[in-house]
Ligand binder design. Structure first.
Ligand code: NAP
Ligand code: FER
Length: 336
């Protein structure tokens, strides 16, 4: 065990796109667990789009960090010291920690990690918060029926890649939007998507949808917003459902975009547009974990993680989410 700790803090609130100046790596003491807590050596940590919101001084679904606060996020790690009866030294756990070598977790808020079901990074993706978001967002808000067409944006990311596969398991035609040829290949050749559109290579998304979704769109799972969403809205079928999961296209903008977008299109389709927060399904997380674990174990759902090595590279991994560097879930490998 190291005799000191390193931890990333928010050094400065970004104006627009964050850069390295937004973060600072501090040397600290290894924290000590108090009653009911675990000292955990971080093996993998998660970087997620919602963290951009926490860097901003504005009330939202996630509390803003103060300048000088540690960067928080989900981790998978090994218990080094336990002051709880529920976990022993050596146990592998996942929970909400910090971007650090060592972090303290409340034993009541962690879940055990079973490496026989999937490798550790999967517990930050398909078997973590993103997988649960895909599960509840698609099944409860999207409510897909066999034979319907589901379109998902951010399709090759942590949430989107799981959404598309659950939609296939439900007998739907599935179309994804993603930002590279490699992503399009992964979606169509490995994950079973019926079609995928490289939005960075196509000028007219609506025409691309004419071919990819010839029967129109019944469910739209929106991870990104912006022009992709505008195009999808023009092709919604009667009684379509839109699950607004994320709007990453706007996360680095300081103002919320205004102006008439494609709302007139909702009149003829009588579509339902509903925001979704994974935390609203907290009482059913066990159900999602069981089902997602079974799908992963049976091979019905494939998963992929993009790993950046080294705690010192965590900001770079985070910034890469906004340029689409990740395929599947972006994680940082902190220790062996
Ligand atoms: P992710 O999809 O793994 O990573 C973000 C991806 O967004 C990138 O790989 C990039 O892929 C794409 N992207 C970035 N900028 C874009 C732009 N301007 N236009 C289109 N695509 C863009 O991230 P995730 O963790 O799975 O999260 C996906 C979305 O769900 C995020 O918006 C996130 O905030 C949201 N989310 C919401 C909840 C909830 O409870 N509501 C929970 C989890 C996640 P490309 O190469 O395709 O551009
Ligand atoms: C996200 C991750 C989590 C996000 C929202 C959440 C819109 C919300 C979680 C909750 O509080 O339930 O990327 O983006």
């Amino acid at each position: 065990m190291r005799d000191s700790n390193r931890e990333w803090i928010l050094a400065q609130r970004p104006d627009g796109e964050p850069d390295m100046g937004s973060f600072e790596l501090q040397e600290t003491d290894v924290p000590e667990p108090r009653h009911g807590e675990l000292l955990v050596r971080v093996r993998y940590l998660s970087v997620d789009p919602y963290m951009r919101g926490r860097m901003r001084d504005a009330e939202s679904y996630a509390e803003p960090w103060d300048v000088g606060d540690p960067m928080e996020g989900a981790v998978v790690g090994e218990v080094i010291e336990s002051d709880s009866d529920a976990y022993d030294e050596g146990d592998l756990v996942t929970g909400g920690g910090t971007w650090a070598d060592y972090t303290v977790l409340d034993a009541d808020d962690v879940a055990p990690v079973d490496p026989s079901i999937a490798d550790l990074p999967a517990y930050l993706g398909v078997l973590g918060m993103p997988g649960r978001t895909a599960y509840f967002g698609l099944l409860e808000v999207g409510d897909p029926k066999p034979g319907e067409t589901v379109v998902v944006s951010g399709a090759a990311g942590a949430v989107g890649s799981v959404v598309g596969q659950i939609a296939k398991l439900n007998g739907c035609r599935v179309v994804g939007f993603a930002g590279s040829e490699r992503k399009v290949e992964w979606l169509t050749e490995d994950l079973g998507f019926d079609a995928a559109i490289n939005y960075k290579d196509v000028d007219d998304y609506r025409t691309a949808l004419d071919e990819a979704a010839p029967d129109g769109i019944d469910v739209y799972f929106d991870n990104v917003g912006g022009p992709i969403t505008d195009a999808v809205f023009t092709k919604l079928n009667l009684d379509a459902r839109v699950a607004v999961c994320g709007q990453i296209a706007f996360y680095n903008d300081e103002g919320v975009p205004t102006g008439p977008r494609k709302l007139p299109q909702l009149i003829a389709s009588r579509a339902t547009v509903q925001g979704l927060l994974v935390g609203d399904f907290a009482t059913r997380f066990e159900e999602a974990s069981q089902q997602l674990g079974a799908w992963v174990a049976s091979g019905d759902i494939s998963h992929r993680e993009t790993t950046v090595s080294g705690l010192e590279n965590a900001p770079e991994a985070f910034l890469g989410l906004f340029s689409g560097d990740n395929i599947g879930k972006q994680v940082v490998a902190v220790s062996e």
